[in-house]
Design a protein around this ligand. Structure first.
Ligand SMILES: Nc1ncnc2c1ncn2[C@@H]1O[C@H](COP(=O)(O)OP(=O)(O)OP(=O)(O)O)[C@@H](O)[C@H]1O
Length: 279
């Protein structure tokens, strides 16, 4: 079975109700990035469509994670990091000096490779942690509703509804990752960035998270970095192939609809990569 064929294994997802949510487009324009003098991305442009799941693929070190971190202003946390270019969230540059960092982080959430719940905090507190960090006020009953809806969207509610006061650290790795997804949803992001969210998980947990992603795409635009070609084919509708050949900075070689990228790519290097001939 090739990667594209495996799409059929996932259950059908019902269409979104029109007008229910306003989905955001995120566009990177001419992004060049450095760590010190090391240029790691060179004029990368990519539009990640509203409501789509876009997969960023490519060999190790080609700048996928750096690109993802640029999309919610995490790149600037590294002291030596520099950046040129623009990131437009629904047409507005999140790097515009008049824009606040906290607004970018609130609108553009991130789930990391390694599940990182607050281990000693309860499951409930983990979900609500983002409200505190962003200074968002909510009544007790609103918080209870939020906990239930986020854990439901994160695909975890049925497993934890009877132990919301148990510590986040008591959950399995896959459950912890779904808790992190629920936590990121609580502040209602418009875009969710996921950096290899399943690479530390077993196949069953991976499948549950993939199903969760497909459900979430109805209300939040998703960008995922993955090394797993089957996963890219199963969950994404758009795909971008990054490459940094022989010490040159990373560029996007090709991007487009996922089935085309897997079955009929224009560039031989894309074909070689998605078919496992390198990387
Ligand atoms: N904090 C950092 N300081 C200095 N260089 C860094 C830092 N983070 C990444 N780099 C360098 O930037 C380049 C791109 O790294 P990045 O992690 O973005 O690639 P990647 O495609 O996501 O790799 P992988 O698939 O292995 O996670 C690499 O050469 C890496 O060594």
């Amino acid at each position: 079975m090739n990667a594209a064929d495996s799409t059929a294994l996932l259950p059908a997802v019902p269409a979104p109700t029109p007008g229910e949510v306003r989905l955001a487009e995120i566009e990177a324009r001419d992004i060049t990035a450095w760590f010190g003098t090391h240029k790691v991305l060179d004029r990368v442009s990519l539009t990640m469509d509203a409501g789509a799941i876009t997969a960023l693929i490519g060999p190790s070190g080609c700048g996928k994670s750096t690109f993802l971190r640029i999309l919610n202003r995490m790149h600037e946390l590294v002291p030596s990091a520099q950046l040129a270019g623009e990131v437009l969230l629904d047409g507005e540059d999140i790097y515009d000096p008049s824009k606040r960092l906290i607004d970018a982080r609130r609108a553009i959430g991130m789930v990391f490779q390694k599940p990182n719940p607050f281990p000693a905090m309860s499951i409930r507190e983990n979900v609500l942690a983002g409200l505190k960090l962003t200074g968002t006020k909510a009544s007790r009953s609103d918080k209870e509703q939020l906990v239930e809806s986020c854990l439901t969207k994160g695909g975890l509610w049925n497993e934890v509804k009877d132990r919301l006061d148990a510590p986040g650290g008591s959950l399995s790795g896959g459950q912890q990752q779904r808790l992190c997804i629920a936590r990121s949803l609580a502040i209602k992001p418009r875009v969710l960035l996921m950096d290899e969210p399943c690479s530390a998980l077993d196949p069953t947990s991976t499948r549950v998270i993939e199903e969760t992603m497909l459900e979430l795409a109805h209300e939040v635009t998703i960008v995922i970095v993955t090394h797993n070609m089957q996963q890219a084919a199963r969950v994404s509708s758009k795909c971008a192939f990054f490459l940094a050949s022989q010490g040159t900075p990373g560029v996007i070689v090709e991007h487009g609809d996922t089935p085309t990228m897997f079955q009929n790519p224009r560039d031989q290097r894309t074909s070689d990569y998605v078919n496992g001939r390198f990387g």
